[in-house]
Design a protein around this ligand. Structure first.
Ligand SMILES: Cc1cc2nc3c(=O)[nH]c(=O)nc-3n(C[C@H](O)[C@H](O)[C@H](O)COP(=O)(O)OP(=O)(O)OC[C@H]3O[C@@H](n4cnc5c(N)ncnc54)[C@H](O)[C@@H]3O)c2cc1C
Length: 453
């Protein structure tokens, strides 16, 4: 008998419960690992996402001893055909938790022959979304109680690699999806080996300053693991097991890091319970909010990093250049779009998702909703990030701005955050601010007050 292992957000060999299940179910026919290039998903991905996928699949070929088969097409057509071709007895997957992934998997289940089950084992999370609940059995609405319950629930140890997996070989594979020349932050290769190397590097030198440096976009103070978690080149449980072994003197940094991993789990849990929140307000309180049309030069200026606000522009250009943006700057750029330009958050979320290598619908849409005041946080609608104050505080020497905005390269120190105060600052062609932040902040608060009645 042959088992198909249909890989999606789990492009690794180690700590892979679905691989263990496929191996246990397979007889002499062995395990056939397959990745289906789904046109629905590649159509919405920009060059950086496609480049990362290409890298992750190249690496998965190595991880799976060159047995990985790539096929292009709609999964509900490709998988039943492949199952017939190799006479598979079962198709194994890591359970998907996003709205599109869940619908797609149900279509595949229905399209497979009744004697070929779609078997789901594990998830891309330490605790499978939907499992952590309040005492009354309802989902958590707020992060802090969720995080407590999530820690109390705990997680399994990493799954041991099955010994001597027999691969099913001799099946035709199609080319990898194009995209090898997209932009890259190049902090690590997006494959299993790159994930483990980057992770151990961070544990050796990085975690001890994480709690302090994580908010500084000018420093390499974060782990850079999001792209690996996105493609599943590492499982978060592996990371949590390693963190549990880190020495006690790094306690605060470890606690902070585990908390960040928990945000990823929380947002996946929220999306599991409320799939519509991927692209619509989670809470209805601001449904009467007046937004502006995104089809304006201001939206285009935001997308290309030419708003005249240096921290916003540096972030938007980092996104286009590297397919990644620092978390603090994601908050500031998102706030600028929603509260200074008055554009509804899904328009910005789509732009981020297309360009981020780590683009993940749960973390992205709920990160945006947190900023917009429509999401899980109780009352943040009045929180409006000041891009100048944020720049002066978190990029205190101005290095981050100068790295991504070369027109301001001649402006020294933190003065770069207020070029309108520096003689000659605009000589390099940097644009003047497209809006007045103070006035737009007042306008945002006025619209929020009106929407809340
Ligand atoms: C508007 C907005 C959009 C975002 N979009 C995404 C996205 O598409 N994909 C994505 O992975 N993250 C997203 N985030 C969260 C966060 O910005 C990134 O996870 C982080 O910048 C990744 O860099 P890192 O791995 O070096 O982070 P580290 O600081 O090293 O954090 C470690 C891990 O914790 C998780 N994490 C950290 N912060 C958050 C957070 N606020 N929410 C959820 N998980 C978090 C990530 O898995 C990350 O890899 C978004 C945040 C905002 C405000």
């Amino acid at each position: 008998m042959t088992s198909i292992l249909w890989l999606r957000r789990d492009l690794r060999r180690s700590d892979h419960p679905a691989l263990v299940a496929a191996h246990d179910a397979a007889g002499a026919g062995g395990v056939l690992p397959v990745f289906v290039v789904d046109p629905t998903l590649t159509a919405s991905a920009g060059p950086a996402r496609l480049a990362a996928l290409h890298e992750a699949l190249s690496g998965a070929r190595e991880s799976f001893d060159d047995a990985l088969v790539v096929r292009h097409g709609r999964p509900e057509e490709v998988l039943p055909a492949l199952a017939r071709e190799v006479r598979a007895a079962s198709v194994h997957v890591t359970a998907e938790t996003t709205p599109y992934g869940r619908r797609r998997d149900e279509r595949v289940r229905a399209a497979l022959s009744p004697d070929v089950p779609l078997v789901m084992t594990g998830s891309p999370y330490a605790v499978t979304p939907g499992r952590v609940r309040t005492g009354g059995g309802t989902p958590y609405q707020v992060f802090t109680p969720f995080s407590r319950a999530w820690r109390d629930h705990g997680w399994r140890r990493p799954a041991a690699a099955p010994p001597g997996v027999r691969w099913h070989r001799g099946v035709t594979s199609e080319p990898l999806p194009a995209g090898s020349d997209g932009p890259s932050a190049a902090r690590s290769r997006v494959d299993e080996r790159g994930a483990l190397e980057r992770w151990h590097e961070f544990l050796d030198a990085g975690i001890e300053t994480y709690a302090v440096d994580r908010d500084r976009p000018d420093l390499a103070g974060t782990s850079g693991m999001s792209v690996h978690l996105k493609y599943g080149t590492i499982h978060p449980r592996t990371m949590l097991a390693d963190l549990a072994a880190v020495t006690a003197d790094r306690g605060p940094d470890v606690t902070t890091y585990v908390n960040e991993l928990c945000w990823r789990e929380f947002y996946a849990d929220v999306l599991w319970h409320r799939p519509a929140s991927a692209w619509a307000d989670l809470r209805p309180g601001l449904s009467a909010m007046a937004y502006d049309d995104p089809a304006t030069p201001a939206f285009a200026a935001w997308q290309s990093g030419r708003t005249g606000y240096p921290l916003v522009d540096a972030g938007m250009r980092q996104l286009l250049a590297e397919g990644w943006m620092h978390n603090r700057v994601r908050m500031v750029t998102a706030s600028f779009l929603v509260k200074d330009l008055h554009v509804w958050w899904p328009h910005g979320a789509r732009h981020f998702l297309a360009h981020l290598r780590d683009g993940d619908v749960a973390s992205n849409s709920h990160g945006w909703q947190w900023v917009a005041g429509t999401g899980t946080d109780a009352a943040p609608y009045f929180r409006v990030f000041n891009p100048v104050a944020q720049g002066e505080r978190f990029d205190p020497l101005g290095d981050y701005v100068r790295r991504y905005v070369p027109e301001l390269g001649h402006v020294a120190g933190r003065a770069v955050h207020q070029p309108w105060r520096v003689a000659g600052a605009y000589d390099g062609g940097y644009p003047a601010p497209i809006v007045d932040h103070g006035a737009e902040r007042d306008e945002a608060l006025r619209r929020y007050a009106a929407a809340r009645g």
